[in-house]
Design a protein around this ligand. Structure first.
Ligand SMILES: *Cc1c(COP(=O)(O)O)cnc(C)c1O
Length: 404
């Protein structure tokens, strides 16, 4: 199965097979094409390639065989016709907005998207004459009310970070279509293993390959996927000209990561569900945010939209920052890092890290309190993670008198 886009085979098969083009050497695994340019057989061939009259590689800022293998495999997994790889997730997000929007256009986005995405939308796009409105993740009516005649793009992540709020992708896709706008979904937290936004009505899917696609915290990468050739051509031409291209080495690492994407997402999501169930029972825990809990206010929507809850769990401890920092400092098997989607579990205190640049009032409005912790569950033994949490929780009542 070479360079396959065969939709008759399953997800796990595509994850290990799609996108590979074997060379004359007969290699079994994908090689890395570490070349910046390509040679032509004649002056006439060079001219034809440059003009686009003949297909083929010209320069690795716009095409490279290893990057193309990554793009083909990810497109197969998301069920998209086209994929344009970028140097990072932010490269995909900034590139998408610059490629698709122009002065006078309006962008409508969830207020609970990734921190750097909010910075890009609020601090940079207005400099280019693009208006931005941030709205709550739900309900969809809040989005419908904020639509304007010049709204061109709706943008969201689901579940949201760190409070695991679900956006109704089907409803928002309908609102976008009614307004003659596109819906873009950042599918970083679920990946196509757990959520397929194109089947729900999205026009664009965005990825940070830095997270689960690599899955082992080794590279930066990103991608934009779509079934709309106008969107794909605009993004391709933007990356070709502006230059936020993915490196072939990073594409190769992400290709290796995607081979195990399915089993990692299943295993990490199942482990996260066990940890969420345990957290709910702990007296020091005030609230657990996890879409797999029947107590989650959007449990039914999450069940319809995702095939599993994912591997990110957030929880609020009684006792504010003192309690949260105590737990962070006493965990042995959770790395203290803002990254997520790694085989190694990680712990983050959002109020003083990822959301530390927000004012206290903005954090309050977003529901990000001082006692909140976010964990990204990896592939360690769940028993070790549970014992680690229990140990870190053990001294909490003495340090911070828990509220009744
Ligand atoms: C990390 C992240 C990004 C940005 O990706 P980079 O590869 O770090 O540029 C975008 N969206 C979400 C949801 C992320 O978690």
């Amino acid at each position: 199965m070479n360079d396959t886009h065969d939709t008759s085979v399953g997800f796990a098969t595509l994850a290990v097979r799609a996108g590979q083009v074997r060379t004359h050497e007969g290699e079994h695994s994908e090689p890395i094409f570490t070349t910046s340019s390509y040679v032509f057989g004649s002056a006439a061939e060079a001219a034809a390639r440059f003009s686009g009259a003949a297909p083929g590689n010209v320069y690795s800022r716009f095409t490279n065989p290893t990057v193309r293998a990554f793009e083909t495999r990810l497109a197969a997994l998301e069920g998209a016709q086209r994929c344009v790889a970028t140097a990072s997730g932010m490269g995909a997000i900034s590139g998408m907005t610059l490629a698709l929007l122009k002065r006078g256009d309006h962008l409508l986005a969830s207020q609970s998207v990734f921190g750097a995405t909010v910075q890009w939308f609020e601090n940079w796009l207005p400099r280019y004459g693009i208006d931005v409105t941030l709205v709550p993740q739900s309900p969809p009516e809040a989005w419908a009310a904020a639509m304007r005649p010049n709204t061109r793009l709706l943008y969201l992540e689901s579940p949201s970070n760190p409070l695991m709020e679900i956006a109704d992708i089907t409803a928002l896709g309908a609102i976008a279509r009614a307004g003659n706008a596109w819906l873009a979904v950042d599918n970083c937290f679920c990946t196509p293993a757990l959520q397929r936004p194109f089947e729900l009505g999205a026009d664009i899917v965005i990825h940070s390959a830095t997270k689960y696609l690599d899955g082992q915290g080794r590279i930066l990468g990103g991608a934009l996927l779509t079934n709309d050739s106008g969107i794909a051509d605009a993004m391709f031409n933007f990356v070709r000209t502006a230059g936020p291209s993915m490196s072939p080495f990073n594409a190769w690492v992400a290709l290796k990561g995607m081979e195990t994407l399915n089993i990692r997402m299943q295993a990490q999501s199942a482990a996260a569900a066990r940890i969420a169930d345990w957290l709910v029972q702990q007296p020091v825990v005030e609230h657990v945010y996890f879409p797999g809990l029947s107590s989650h206010p959007q449990f039914d929507l999450a069940q319809r939209q995702q095939s599993a809850p994912g591997a990110i769990v957030s929880f609020e401890l009684y006792g504010g920052r003192a309690a949260a920092w105590h737990v962070v400092d006493h965990l042995r098997h959770f790395s203290i890092t803002a990254n997520l989607g790694d085989t190694r579990s990680t712990v983050t205190h959002p109020a003083t890290t990822t959301h530390g640049r927000l004012s206290a009032a903005a954090r309050d409005a977003a529901g990000i309190r001082e006692g909140l912790l976010r964990v990204s569950i990896g592939l360690e033994d769940v028993g070790d993670l549970l014992a680690d949490l229990a140990n870190a929780f053990a001294m909490l009542p003495e340090i911070t008198p828990t509220e009744p």
